[in-house]
Ligand binder design. Structure first.
Ligand SMILES: C[S@@+](CC[C@H](N)C(=O)[O-])C[C@H]1O[C@@H](n2cnc3c(N)ncnc32)[C@H](O)[C@@H]1O
Length: 214
């Protein structure tokens, strides 16, 4: 199956999952936002992320030779896309137990249907700011070449990259450029802004991807 066909299947799969599950009524299928004791879970638009990853692969800013981390991976859709469709070894870290259990079950199903095969995909529960989370998962933070975060404790992960990651590590921040309080490009000490991938025109929330490099 080629990457395009795999992507379409993955998209349908997550749409189906969203229609059938509500995480015990706490995840709204309409707004795609869930409230949990540890915070907010909102899922990325898989189309927008796919467009961004395709562009970054074409630019050479992202490649298949280093690990991709989704810091706060929710139901795992971003890592399913990066590992399953784009063959980038991927790790997803999520600290909310309920969201993690749900995402883990989805990833297990995707593996059983051979939607993710041949490329490592590690889905783990823990705090992405803590080294022990990576040690337990068997992937060192320093071996991660690309870090993705959908605006949730982004300052913490940006600071960890600035402190610990090798030079050249890429940080992709999914952000809402139209909210007045967040308008403009955020700055992170130790990271250099590279470019912005504008929102996918199909996405109602019009989220964009800001790209930084250590
Ligand atoms: C906005 S959701 C994004 C989900 C997923 N990345 C996506 O794009 O579909 C952010 C998630 O990050 C998780 N999170 C926030 N801080 C975290 C931390 N320090 N360690 C692990 N997970 C965290 C939250 O529980 C939430 O599920």
């Amino acid at each position: 199956m080629d990457a395009k066909a795999k992507f379409e299947l993955l998209k349908r799969f997550y749409a189906d999952v969203e229609n059938k599950h509500s995480l015990n009524g706490r995840y709204s299928k309409k707004t795609r936002i869930g409230f949990f004791h540890s915070g907010l879970f909102a899922a990325s638009n898989i189309d927008g992320i796919n467009v961004g990853i395709e562009q970054l692969l074409a630019d050479g800013l992202v490649n298949q030779s280093g690990w991709f981390l989704d810091a706060g991976c929710g139901d795992g859709r971003v890592t399913a896309l990066t590992a399953g469709v784009h063959r980038i070894p991927s790790i997803g870290i999520e600290y909310d137990r309920e969201v993690f259990d749900f995402g883990g079950a989805v990833i297990k199903m995707l593996k059983e249907y051979s939607m993710i095969n041949g490329t490592p995909l590690v889905f783990t529960r823990g705090d992405f700011t803590k080294d022990r989370t990576y040690r337990r998962a068997g992937v060192m933070f320093e071996d991660i070449a690309t870090v993705f975060n959908y605006i949730d404790n982004h300052e913490d992960i940006a600071a960890k990259i600035a402190k610990q990651s090798p030079r050249g590590t890429i940080f992709i921040l999914e952000d809402f450029p139209w909210i007045p309080i967040t308008s403009g490009i955020r700055e992170f000490e130790g990271l250099t802004y590279v470019r912005t991938i504008p929102p996918d025109s199909n996405s109602k929330l019009r989220r964009c991807l800001h790209v930084y490099r250590k």
